[in-house]
Design a protein around this ligand. Structure first.
Ligand SMILES: C[S@@+](CC[C@H](N)C(=O)[O-])C[C@H]1O[C@@H](n2cnc3c(N)ncnc32)[C@H](O)[C@@H]1O
Length: 264
């Protein structure tokens, strides 16, 4: 039983299978309630990413790493960029292809593990990471940063959005923040220079927080790493108080944005 408990906790946070389950509309892991929605599915590009594009910093071949349902990649393709979207979830990639077809844009969507990226050497000039980095554990983040170094060209830029420990008008992230020092160490070790690291926001879908994210039974929370469980409890408490007041089903979550440049 103890072994089952540990694997459930790990699956919730780090396992590609739990994301695949969510995209299939199934509980992320055994014992969790089924999702009411995908917390990051807002059926449009992230507003902060749209602003980044408007500022003119995206160039060349673009990789959307952990693209999910593809709306960021589709937006960029609609603005004339050549974009590849990669995700470990086959169901997400199938749905992303359908969304691109509906939008009438060309995006190369493929199933791939971002911590490996074999077969993509030297292909990309810009990397967009919209909330993938914080889904990985420490070793996964290092492998991912190394893989991105191999998959990009010298001087490539990486724009990385990951949850922070801040709050947006009281709203906190559903996951523990990735410490800034860890981001700095991992990127430096992989040959990336950080040009900017600062606060921003990620737009979430409130229905995603009322299902598997917002109503986790106490029995499951007790199986999670204690700090992660505490973060989930605090977030759920705050969400329960404010969700009835929110229009349009959208909520801003606290993030850091990192602008990094590939060295050599
Ligand atoms: C929080 S979602 C963000 C999705 C999308 N970027 C967005 O902004 O809507 C994180 C995504 O990363 C994907 N993912 C998790 N681990 C991965 C890995 N090792 N390789 C590729 N994708 C991964 C998940 O399947 C999920 O689609």
């Amino acid at each position: 039983m103890a072994g089952v408990s540990r694997s459930a906790a790990e699956a919730f946070r780090h396992n590609a299978e739990s994301y695949e389950n969510l995209y299939r509309g199934e509980p992320a892991f055994p014992g969790a309630p089924p999702p009411d929605g995908i917390p990051w599915d807002i059926r449009q590009a992230q507003p902060r990413l749209m602003e980044l594009e408007a500022l003119g910093v995206i160039r060349g071949e673009v990789l959307d790493a952990g693209c999910g349902l593809g709306d960021n990649a589709i937006y960029l393709a609609g603005r004339g960029y050549s974009v590849t979207g990669l995700d470990s979830s086959p169901t997400a990639i199938t749905q992303a292809r359908a969304r691109a077809a509906d939008a009438g844009v060309q995006v190369r969507f493929d199933v791939a593990d971002a911590t490996d990226l074999t077969g993509y050497n030297g292909q990309f000039d810009t990397v967009i990471d919209s909330a993938l980095y914080h889904c990985l554990d420490h070793d996964g983040r290092q492998a991912y940063a190394n893989a991105l170094h191999r998959a990009t060209t010298p001087g490539a830029r990486w724009f990385l959005y990951c949850f922070s420990g801040d709050n947006v008008n009281g709203v906190i992230a559903p996951m523990e923040a990735v410490p800034e020092t860890e981001i700095r160490d991992i990127l430096r070790n992989a040959g990336w220079r950080i040009d900017f690291l600062g606060p921003t926001t990620f737009l979430g879908n409130t229905s995603g927080f009322t299902g598997s994210f917002g109503k986790l039974p106490e029995a499951i929370l007790r199986q999670m790493p204690p700090r992660q469980a505490e973060q989930m409890r605090r977030m759920a408490e705050r969400m329960a108080a404010i969700l009835p007041l929110i229009d349009h089903g959208r909520i801003h979550l606290p993030c850091n944005i990192v602008h990094a440049t590939r060295l050599d």
